[in-house]
Design a protein around this ligand. Structure first.
Ligand code: CA
Length: 232
């Protein structure tokens, strides 16, 4: 499982155990011991999974979950020492994908993560590979950060590369405009929907045969964008 996991947990023992277990499974791991650091990391890194403790020194896990949900559909598992149904239901209501009650086994946590990823169909493409679509019509080389259209290298801007590579790495995922804004800009902009639309338009001019009926950078009406090419 190739995931970039953010662990938000102030108990060092739990944090270290989860970190080292997930690293052994091939995940990249970031951790934070409070809410502020967690939100900073989430903004800077391309986090694909969040494991979130409910009781933190500066904020509650519920508060963090609510903030994350406003900007992202990243899978979230809550860690809770509370066993009251009320707390669990509230966690799920504000957008956590699952919860696990402490003490828990690392194997069980990992199994729950896999279930969520299967359910969301959100298996990540590895970063170090080359992918091609439609008889090499489009080739994306992650290792060298190069994109070819009909054999010719494309000159993508950094923003276009960020958008295209994110869409390709999460082939099942529909990105909202807000998520793309988070990817492209490094801070809290708002009202940048039109800028994203412009990047998408320019990207389509480069990668699509007919930008008016795109086969790669597809629009999902009312939600956002996803990658739609059939891979060979
Ligand atoms: Ca805690």
């Amino acid at each position: 499982m190739v995931q970039t996991v953010l662990i938000v947990e102030d108990e060092r023992m739990v944090r270290e155990a989860v970190s080292s277990y997930l690293r052994k499974q091939g995940c990249q791991v970031f951790w934070a011991e409070n809410g502020k650091d967690a939100l900073d990391i989430f903004k800077k890194e391309a986090v694909t999974f969040v494991i979130l403790d409910l009781m933190l020194p500066d904020m509650t896990g519920e508060e963090i979950c609510t903030i994350l949900r406003k900007r992202s559909r990243v899978p979230i598992i809550m860690l809770t020492a509370k066993t009251q149904e009320e707390d669990i239901l509230n966690g799920l209501r504000i957008g956590a994908d699952d919860y696990i009650t402490k003490p828990f086994s690392l194997k069980q946590l990992y199994a729950r993560m896999e279930v969520i990823l299967r359910r969301t169909g959100d298996e990540l493409k590895p970063l170090s590979q080359k992918f091609s679509w439609n008889a090499d019509d489009l080739v994306v080389d992650f290792e060298h950060r190069e994109v070819y259209k009909k054999g010719k290298p494309l000159n993508l801007t950094p923003s276009e590369w960020k958008i295209l590579s994110a869409l390709i790495r999460h082939p099942q995922k529909v990105y909202t405009r807000d998520e793309l804004i988070d990817l492209v800009f490094d801070s809290d902009f708002s009202g940048y929907n039109r800028v994203i639309d412009t990047h998408i338009k320019n990207l389509r001019k480069k990668v699509e045969c007919n930008p008016k009926s795109p086969v790669y950078v597809r629009t999902v009406h009312g939600i956002g964008y996803k990658f739609g090419g059939e891979e060979e």
